[in-house]
Ligand binder design. Structure first.
Ligand code: ZN
Ligand code: ZN
Length: 305
């Protein structure tokens, strides 16, 4: 690793944390970050922890030890690792939420999906040899637009809590094998039990998600880039920060449409949805605001005249 690069790790663990202990776990994570300079976002709740963090490689190694030796002794945690030359987080933050991945159903437990995990190698093997496999991407539309597994179904949902409605509507043949995947595996931990409750019996999930898959098969069946939830926006198939996309200043989705801001004139990049909107022909929300104000003024002037 080069001297100026940072290690990034994504991980989650479903583990019951008693309500009264959640603040202590939060405090211990914050203390660790204060001491080490760790940055990132941790989502914490009574059902466990979900996070992406970045720091020096040394600190990330220390974090991994801290998690399984001190915070959750004896537990196993799968890490999805990558590196980047620019720090992808502005600070460290622990968010306490009722769900560590939002499906809006507190009754769904990841334990119901036991026995459905496939390693990247098993995943490849089973896709290759079986015509009865249906792949479904559980991620959102703006994620799927920049990269998906070959032959996967895109549910075209705007948020994960709409996934169940999609599966109900779509009514895929229940005798086929259903293969679900997401970025790092956590959404599938909830999506699998949810579709099993809908009557799908042969359901599998990609353990560690696309990020783990790309660690092992950069030239595999995943095509395109993988959206990530930090300043890198996306990673390519070698887990390097994207050279293709940047974060759209208006909606935050990955964008690659080059425009000149119609307020300040600077060169900028917006997403393919916002590029068709005159009020978003701008480099920032601030410039967009000026454009809207000018439009409103000219309308009121012309109606006055
Ligand atoms: Zn946009
Ligand atoms: Zn501008």
């Amino acid at each position: 690793m080069r001297a100026e690069s940072f290690a990034v790790t994504a991980f989650y663990k479903f583990i019951k944390i008693p309500t009264e202990q959640v603040p202590q776990v939060k405090k211990r994570l914050e203390d660790f970050a204060d001491k080490t300079g760790l940055r990132g976002l941790v989502v914490l709740g009574t059902e466990g922890i979900n996070s992406t963090c970045a720091a020096t490689l040394e600190t990330i190694e220390a974090l991994k030890k801290f998690l399984v030796e001190e915070l959750f002794p004896g537990e196993e945690i799968i890490h999805k690792d990558s590196e980047t030359s620019k720090m992808p987080f502005a600070r460290f933050k622990v968010d306490v939420r009722p769900e560590i991945v939002t499906i809006k159903n507190l009754e769904i437990s990841s334990e119901e999906g036991e026995g459905t995990y496939l390693t990247p190698t098993q995943w490849n093997e089973m896709i290759k040899n079986d015509p009865n496999v249906i792949l479904v991407d559980t991620r959102n539309d703006y994620e799927n637009e920049i990269g998906m597994f070959e032959n996967a179904i895109d549910p075209k949902i705007a948020k994960f809590s709409d996934f169940k409605d999609f599966m109900e509507r779509e009514a895929l043949p229940k005798d086929k094998k259903l293969f679900l995947y997401c970025t790092g595996g956590i959404r599938c931990e909830k999506a699998v039990p949810e579709v099993m409750r809908l009557g799908y019996k042969n359901v599998y999930q990609l353990e560690g998600g696309i990020l783990k898959y790309l660690e092992e098969y950069p030239e595999g069946r995943f095509k395109g880039e993988c959206f990530v939830f930090d300043r890198r926006v996306a990673v390519d198939s070698n887990l390097q920060p994207t050279n293709t996309y940047s974060s759209c200043p208006h909606c935050g989705n990955p964008g690659k449409e080059r425009i000149a801001c119609s307020n300040c004139g600077c060169d900028t990049v917006v997403c393919h949805r916002c590029v068709s909107r005159a009020d978003r022909n701008a480099c920032s929300k601030n410039c967009a605001h000026h454009i809207r104000r000018k439009a409103a003024t000219s309308v009121s002037q012309s109606s006055a005249g």
